[in-house]
Design a protein around this ligand. Structure first.
Ligand SMILES: Nc1nc2c(ncn2[C@@H]2O[C@H](COP(=O)(O)OP(=O)(O)OP(=O)(O)O)[C@@H](O)[C@H]2O)c(=O)[nH]1
Ligand SMILES: [Mg+2]
Length: 186
């Protein structure tokens, strides 16, 4: 009998970048989340009422009927003890950066240089999604490319809206393509 592959993709990025939103919009099954009420509203997103304290889990079907499991990390650094746990066994990494935060390029550097994700990026493909460009478009894709070049990596970068299934599927498809060009989201 054919052994079923365990495809696990990890979504990470700073608080409010859209990890939970992206996994929820994509998932074919009801998403498992660990949201807690925000006690101090984020000045960047005063309407954001919850934050992830553990992980997000969703799942999508591939056209070959296999599944990809989607795991989201908490964004807040105080929950960084979850990052290794959630990321264990991931075969690809999606980094979401919120273009409307105070210093998105610093966020980018932080994740690329972080112990957990820096090590993962050495081993598995990375795709970057820049979110909330409709709120703030000061930084352009070229700024991210320049920063990534300075960091010595050259992953695909897309501007996306984490609320759009089409946009998030594009990110996942780009990542799957770099893993195995025959893999397609259903
Ligand atoms: N205007 C706009 N809003 C967006 C976009 N992408 C995501 N959002 C919103 O931004 C918020 C993101 O919240 P979450 O999905 O909880 O973010 P998260 O990355 O899971 O946050 P933590 O779990 O706290 O790290 C949601 O309210 C989304 O609707 C975008 O491109 N434009
Ligand atoms: Mg979240």
């Amino acid at each position: 009998m054919k052994q079923e592959q365990f495809y696990k993709l990890i979504f990470t990025g700073p608080p409010g970048a859209g990890k939970t939103t992206a996994i929820s919009i994509l998932s074919d099954v009801e998403v498992i989340t660990t949201e807690a009420k925000m006690t101090n509203p984020d000045p960047n997103q005063p309407n954001k009422k919850t934050l992830t304290v553990g992980l997000d889990y969703g799942c999508i079907k591939l056209s070959n009927q296999e599944k990809i499991h989607l795991y989201g990390t908490p964004g807040q650094e105080r929950f960084d003890f979850m990052w290794d746990i959630v990321s264990e066994g991931g075969i690809g990494l999606i980094l979401l950066i919120d273009n409307a935060r105070k210093a998105p390029l610093e966020d980018l550097r932080f994740f690329v240089k972080s112990k957990t994700f820096g090590e993962i990026m050495q081993k598995v493909p990375l795709v970057i999604g820049i979110t909330r460009v409709d709120i703030n478009s000061n930084l352009k894709l070229a700024d991210y490319h320049q920063e990534l070049q300075a960091l010595g990596i050259n992953p695909p970068v897309f501007e996306i809206d984490a609320r759009s299934k089409e946009d998030v599927s594009l990110l996942v498809q780009a990542l799957l393509y770099s893993l195995d060009p025959s893999l397609k989201v259903d």
